[in-house]
Design a binder for this molecule. Structure first.
Ligand code: NDP
Ligand code: 8X3
Length: 250
């Protein structure tokens, strides 16, 4: 039977690439993000492969999340696969110089946003005793690097929530997986450096970073294993990167 996936952060990067590979493999889609015009274009592109619904909302706004998910048309209400991907780093500063607004954004979006979306979708999965949740963490969930403090804390929280979900949902036959990428060349650094494109570009200069499609391939692999197989936790680096701070650049 055709599955339906709900992907947060589908307007760009990893989420968009995941929507593309899912669509080409006949998975129905609910694609989400704040930028409605991008969702509309994506829907147009992917509708030749599968049925697509769009939802634009800010994951950090509890009411927006609830209202958007409640507004799904009946034929899209049953979600088989939830990809908790929306998130970003905001700033890269020492703990003594960091901005409270950046800290709020990271905790509100990366942690509370993931919780709000999960809370709106998990009950229908527990009721059916089936479902699949993929949480997008980061190497920042496994390690801490200079000036990464609050972003790393937000992703460590995602790692803990991933484990907590797996434990609590185990008796409901719901699979829970986390993917933890190293450097992926997306809009991530544009957001981290607030539109300073030169600085953002320099993050991916001098080596071959992971591409959004590399992570999307892995997500598709994870969600298409036989039912008895759950890939719990997967860390993936570009070959040139050994740790968050050791990069073999030209
Ligand atoms: P992008 O900046 O390209 O994409 C981020 C996505 O998240 C966009 O679709 C954006 O949509 C969405 N998003 C951000 N904030 C909100 C919000 N408040 N409400 C709803 N949607 C939001 O980055 P990536 O694709 O790289 O990032 C995807 C995930 O991967 C993130 O969780 C990130 O932390 C993680 N990651 C990224 C790595 C990298 O090096 N790029 C490495 C490891 C993990 P919109 O702006 O339209 O709302
Ligand atoms: C994104 C990778 O190293 O910038 O999560 O934290 S890193």
């Amino acid at each position: 039977m055709t599955k339906t996936a709900f992907i947060t952060g589908a307007t760009s990067g990893i989420g968009k690439a995941t929507a593309e590979i899912f669509a080409k493999n006949n998975i129905r889609l609910v694609v989400c993000g704040r930028r409605k015009e991008r969702l509309d274009v994506l829907k147009k592109e992917l509708s030749e492969f599968t049925e697509v619904a769009t939802l634009h909302f800010d994951v950090s706004k509890r009411n927006e999340v609830e209202n958007a998910i409640n507004s799904l048309p009946d034929n899209f209400k049953k979600i088989d696969i939830l990809i908790n991907n929306a998130g970003n780093a905001h700033g890269l500063s020492s703990i003594q110089n960091g901005s409270l607004d950046d800290w709020d954004a990271m905790m509100d979006i990366n942690v509370k946003g993931l919780l709000y979306v999960s809370k709106a979708i998990i009950p229908q999965m527990t009721e059916r005793n089936s479902g699949f949740i993929v949480n997008i963490g980061s190497i920042a969930a496994k390690d801490v690097y200079p000036n990464g403090n609050v972003y790393c804390a937000s992703k460590h929280a995602v790692d803990a929530l991933n484990k907590g979900m797996r434990i609590d949902l185990n008796k409901h036959n719901i699979r829970v997986s986390a993917i933890h990428p190293g450097a992926v060349e997306t809009e991530f650094s544009d957001v981290r450096f607030k539109g300073d494109t030169e600085k953002a570009k320099s993050v991916y200069a001098g080596y071959k970073a992971l591409q959004a499609e590399d992570i999307a391939d892995i997500i598709y692999f994870v969600v298409t294993r036989p039912y008895h197989v759950n890939i719990e936790d997967l860390v993936v680096y570009p070959t040139a990167q050994a740790t968050p701070t050791i990069l073999n650049k030209d």
